[in-house]
Design a protein around this ligand. Sequence first.
Ligand code: UDP
Ligand code: MG
Length: 322
Amino acid sequence: MRVTIPEISVVIPVYNEEESLPFMFERIFRVLDALENPYEIIFINDGSRDATLPLLLQAWKQRPDVTRVVDFNGNFGQHMAIMAGFEAAKGNIVVTLDADLQNPPEEIPRIIRCVRDGHDVVGTVRRQRRDTFFRMAASRVVNMLTNKITGLSLHDYGCMLRAYRRDIVDIINDSAETATFIPALAQKFATNPAEIDVDHEERKQGRSKYSLLRLFRLNFDLMTGFSMAPLQAVTMIGILISAMSFIFAAYMFIRRLVLGPEAEGVFTLFAVLFLLMGVTVSCIGIEGEYVGRIYQEVRRRPRYVVRKIYGSDDEISGETSQ
Ligand code: UDP
Ligand code: MG
């Protein structure tokens, strides 16, 4: 059925996007058909519970030459879906984007051109971001903090409209991580990365698939996956508190000698105690974030389970991937 090896692979994770998909198909096929090179689109159905899968299969039946659908048997998350897409991708250039059309497909040719100019990873920065004020403010803080903590330098961690060259995709495929953040992983291995400005659209259909809690978890994946700094900060906080306590104790001892016994300041002491308890629990939490992820890795359960790949040359069903 497929005669040419695709030069460009477009990887799109999809989770409950039945409202967006018809518009998505219309725009993405038009953009990619206009490219001169052979391409393939790989949709990953991340355990959707709506009409996403039938819609994807319909697109595959209409354009079997350029479409493949990887169907997960549950919801494994956007980054795992992209990982599965990377494993299936055959192209020399792999482009990722969201299914909700917040990333305009019309930007793809520009990104590809940038890879052709010699960049192995092309990231994007949303020119005029159209999200809620809260998301944008939180993003700004996260971008800044993450760059500080991880030592990476990305201007927009949240924008998934990106392109990766084959050598980078191979390295990502080799790093079998379970809790990861793909743009950061790629940035780690890139030798000549670039960032370009792209348009951003409002989500016109459906709702964001990220609750506040999920965003939090994703950011912890990013922090713990790419930096030990939080652990070192915990040690530093410990040393600082110990030093301050020592000075405080010495001061109290001298007061005891000079002024005799006194019982004032009991409530101040409570306040200090509660503060320190808060610090202690937070520190255990940070350690826990790492320990939990180590546990997740050492169990070596499949990162995701593929029910079936539609349109693959070697039609596999029920395949799992470590
Ligand atoms: N997505 C996914 N699995 C998930 C959550 C999201 O595959 O568990 C997909 C989703 O369908 C979309 C992309 O990841 O294509 C980005 O999700 P969303 O637009 O909800 O995120 P936001 O733009 O709000 O950050
Ligand atoms: Mg979105």
